[in-house]
Design a protein around this ligand. Structure first.
Ligand code: BJW
Length: 241
């Protein structure tokens, strides 16, 4: 592991692979979510416009799954929270995941660039509200009283991910960019490593089960299960300074 200045900001990008060992499905693995449902049926604004019942059912099932007692943060989520506590510089976790396992693992500085499953947004007034129960076309927005306008606060294909300006600034300033548990298929997240190479100055590391689509763009790669490789990586980082 290259030695990193302990005051340098770190940006960590996470994807579905970090939550796999907590019991949540990934998208593109052979048993992943997209092997069971089609993206165009559940994860686009058009899908919601054409068949909101189907989209609600898809996210209701995932929300109830996430709230199950067996779903807990794993050693990788906890290691990143430790890094956030112990590192002298800023650690920003940019997650593509809509689950809450980074928060439950103890991390605080988190951007959910693809939204959060435990929040709803009103297509009418834009109000964002905590949401732990099922949504339907009969749900009523508590802010504007409109019926049928609530949807999960998630970023579907064709929509701009959240807080992109803040993320881009952090990538430019990062001394280290670490990508964890993502296949590197979905933009703009898949392009972060290239942005760091072109416009930033940080060291780049991929931690994933297998080489991602953008693996050759990283200076360093470690392949294996996150519950092993992330705690080891964090331990090495904290002891190298
Ligand atoms: C383990 C492990 C273990 C497993 N240990 N590892 C052509 C070129 C470039 C871009 C585009 C293009 N055509 C269209 C686009 C844009 C599009 C895009 O990227 N499409 C691609 C598919 C080509 N992107 C968008 O539309 C985005 N918006 C956008 O670009 O806005 C700009 C714009 C807007 C308007 C006009 C013009 C421009 C929005 C993307 C939204 C993504 N949404 C989803 C679903 C919503 C949330 C949800 O329901 O959960 O987000 S899709 C899905 O993929 C989800 C994820 O966050 C995202 C990324 O998946 P992730 O995390 O990488 O998961 P997997 O399953 O792919 O990978 C898991 C990895 O973990 C694997 O590698 C495993 O090996 C590994 N793993 N177990 C370690 N134990």
């Amino acid at each position: 592991m290259k030695s990193i200045d302990k005051d340098a900001p770190i940006v960590v990008l996470t994807g579905a692979g970090i939550s796999k060992e907590s019991g949540l499905d990934t998208f593109r693995d052979t048993d992943g979510i997209w092997s069971k449902v089609r993206i165009e049926d559940v994860a686009t604004p058009d899908a919601f416009a054409q068949d909101p019942d189907r989209v609600h059912a898809f996210y209701n099932a995932r929300r109830q799954g996430l709230l199950g007692e067996n779903i807990k943060p794993n050693a990788a989520h906890q290691a990143l929270a430790l890094l956030e506590r112990e590192w002298t510089g800023e650690v920003l976790i940019v997650t593509q995941n809509i689950d809450n396992l980074h928060e439950h693992g103890g991390a605080q500085n988190i951007i959910h660039m693809h939204g959060e499953l435990l929040k709803s947004i009103c297509n009418g007034c834009g109000a964002i509200t905590g949401c732990t129960s099922d949504l339907s076309i009969s749900s009523v927005c508590r802010s504007c009283d409109a019926k049928g306008t609530l949807r999960p606060q998630v970023v579907w294909f064709g929509k701009m991910p959240l807080e992109m300006e803040r993320i881009e600034l952090a990538l430019m300033n990062a001394g280290l960019f670490v990508s964890i548990g993502t296949s590197g298929n979905v933009y703009p997240a898949a392009g972060f490593v290239d942005a760091v190479r072109r416009y930033g100055h940080g060291h780049t590391v991929e931690l994933n089960l297998e080489p991602s689509a953008g693996a050759t763009m990283f200076v360093e790669s470690v392949h294996g299960e996150v519950t092993t490789i992330v705690p080891n990586f964090v331990k090495g980082l904290l002891s190298s300074c």
